[in-house]
Write a protein that binds this ligand. Structure first.
Ligand code: ATP
Ligand code: MG
Length: 402
């Protein structure tokens, strides 16, 4: 029998902190892993208490690994050779699979999760190392080996691994409930979306478009951003709100300096209604204190005042530089900086109020029937499922969701 790297072993990480929820976390993780990897139909999955295994069959290990590296709830994973829990087989598999003709230093680190296995870890290390030393020019280096051979011996199988890839960390998406994220075309809100998902919160996105003041390009950019973050969740539902009439009404009825604040309050009302319909427990935005004139604590107070739903601002205390670094890391930066205007930039007043007063907001709002306009916005929402790599397929499904 020829031994090869035909398995992936997945370590759970942070999951292990959560005693009682552990089983439901693992179940969610398995279902997320399957969804992420659904393009690889012959994979086989097995979940255990502290590890998950994927049997690769003939699938491309590299591609599977790339996809897996975006699934939250995984601390690390390794390509592995599976053998019987038998020393002869383990040694044989090592000798067959390691590049023994090259000159390398190595170390063996065995772990025996089956305490009934008759040979203790130290002894496994010694036996495997001896065999390698006999059959190659390799030398032992315990402190800084070129190759670290990790061997895990379980009750029904043993796994041999020589690499360890970083997982995405966090919690499996879905274990933390569901939130509606306000996704603009900027840098911050895709990062906020990523951080929500990383905490295990399933997200849907809402975007406010103001055609013809905002272009199709601007909307395509938002859809592209949603697609770029969709691998972290498998798929994302994006709600596009026709915001033009409401925005015009604000400009007709309020002082320009209050326009942004009022617009935010309206966005929040619409988001809250949609969030309720879609069974979300919270709303999230990409706001950050002090980043622009409209993002002050006073402004946040006036925005929060329109809903009792929790408003989460994952990047609220991050520096712009930190947010940019993260957006580069998750791959949204280059799209975020494309120049298309979103609805805020076009209507931006010269002197937005930095300390809006709620009474004043309410006074402006009493001048027009905003409730009707808000309801229309909610009724006319267009909802689209976004999948990784969707652009290639040019596929957009519009669904009856409510
Ligand atoms: P971003 O980079 O996320 O666009 P920003 O620094 O440009 O943020 P603002 O334009 O003031 O900040 O927006 C603050 C937050 O309000 C955004 O992060 C986003 O969550 C929400 N938001 C703004 N405009 C829209 C929009 N057109 N559709 C949906 N959400 C929006
Ligand atoms: Mg913006």
């Amino acid at each position: 029998m020829a031994y090869r790297y035909d398995h992936i072993l997945i370590r759970y990480g942070e999951l292990s902190l959560k005693g009682k929820n552990r089983n439901s976390f693992i179940k969610q993780l398995l279902s997320n892993v399957k969804l992420a990897l659904k393009a690889f139909p012959t994979l086989e999955f097995e979940k255990q208490h502290d590890r998950m295994y994927i049997y690769l069959h003939e699938e491309d290990a590299q591609k599977v690994s790339e996809t897996l590296s975006k699934v939250f709830g995984i601390s690390s994973f390794s390509l592995a050779i599976k053998t019987m829990p038998d020393m002869e087989e383990i040694i044989q598999a090592c000798l067959e699979s390691l590049p023994l003709t090259e000159e390398k230093t190595f170390k063996v680190a065995a772990r025996r999760s089956d305490k009934l296995f008759p040979i203790i870890s130290d002894q496994i290390n010694r036996m495997v190392a001896t065999a390698i030393l006999k059959n190659s020019e390799w030398k032992v280096n315990v402190k800084k080996p070129d190759v670290k051979i990790v061997i895990e011996v379980h009750h029904d199988a043993a796994y041999i691994m020589t690499d360890r890839m970083m997982g995405a960390g966090g919690y499996p998406v879905g274990v933390g409930g569901k939130a509606m994220v306000l996704l603009s075309g900027g840098i911050d809100s895709p990062v906020a979306s990523y951080l929500m998902m990383k905490r295990g919160v399933h997200i849907e996105c809402i975007h406010f478009a103001a055609p013809p003041y905002t272009s199709q390009n601007a909307q395509d950019k938002v859809m592209k951003l949603a697609e770029l973050i969709s691998p972290y969740q498998g798929e994302i539902l994006v709600h596009i709100v026709p915001f033009t009439d409401l925005q015009l009404a604000i400009y007709q009825n309020a002082d320009e300096s209050y326009a942004i604040t009022l617009m935010r309050r309206m966005m929040m009302r619409i988001a809250a209604k949609l969030a309720q319909k879609r069974h979300c427990q919270a709303i999230a935005t990409g706001e950050s204190i002090g980043q622009v004139a409209s993002q002050t604590l006073e402004s946040m107070q006036s925005i929060n005042a329109v809903t009792t739903m929790p408003l989460i601002r994952p990047v609220v205390c991050m520096d712009k530089v930190e947010i940019i670094d993260l957006s580069k890391k998750i791959g949204t930066y280059d799209t975020s900086i494309l120049p298309y205007e979103d609805c805020c930039t076009i209507f931006t007043p010269k002197n937005p109020v930095t300390k809006p007063r709620i009474e004043k907001c309410e006074r402006y709002e009493s001048r027009f029937d905003w409730e009707k306009l808000v309801d229309w916005c909610v009724e006319d929402v267009k909802s689209v499922w976004v999948h990784p790599g969707m652009e290639l397929e040019q596929e957009e499904e519009e669904e009856e969701l409510f």
